[in-house]
Design a protein around this ligand. Structure first.
Ligand SMILES: [Mg+2]
Length: 171
């Protein structure tokens, strides 16, 4: 059971703040909507390295869903990744603990696999929801500041947690 590395796009790979020179600007056309994103091409390699050294699997946990494989992954050097389906907002169950809409989908997908979740909208309510959810393995929520997006510190936290918990399956 490989640990999961769950990846958000907006606020994590695509920060909301003024982009630094590390980021490049892209346009994405999804249906009739055009989105501008800022992506750091180094993020892909860093994430792949983390996945390899910890024996983890990268998975999208974003409302971009499969569009992330078309518009985000190739631009930062990631392969096509599995996608957690986030359902439609109309069929979302009422929030029990004040958790965000993605959290039950993440729990259902993770099952008994340990996971690290990088997201700018994970809070104590999500932690609580996941802690009381029966049958989940251990997990680490890494809250990312949406203005800056994913940094080395976040990757370091994930690496340390996976290593110290013994979930790391790398060599
Ligand atoms: Mg986000």
């Amino acid at each position: 059971m490989k640990p999961l590395l769950l990846l958000d796009v907006d606020g994590v790979l695509n920060p909301m703040g003024r982009p630094t020179p590390d980021f490049r600007r892209y346009r994405c056309t999804i249906g009739t909507d055009v989105y501008t994103v800022h992506l750091n091409p180094r993020h892909g390699r860093r994430l792949l390295e983390l996945a390899v050294v910890t024996g983890s699997e990268l998975v999208w946990a974003t409302t971009w869903e499969h569009h992330a494989n078309d518009w985000i992954a190739p631009r930062i050097g990631l392969p096509s990744l599995p996608v957690i389906s986030m359902g439609s907002s109309s069929d979302a169950p009422a929030s029990e603990y004040g958790e965000m809409f993605k959290t039950p989908h993440v729990a259902a997908y993770a099952g008994q696999r340990p996971f690290v979740w990088f997201d700018d909208q994970v809070w104590a309510e999500d932690e609580e929801y996941l802690r009381v959810h029966q049958g989940l393995a251990d997990f680490l929520l890494v809250h990312v500041d949406p203005r800056q997006g994913l940094t080395s510190r976040h990757l370091g936290m994930a690496h340390e947690w996976l290593t110290l918990t013994g979930f790391s399956q790398g060599s």
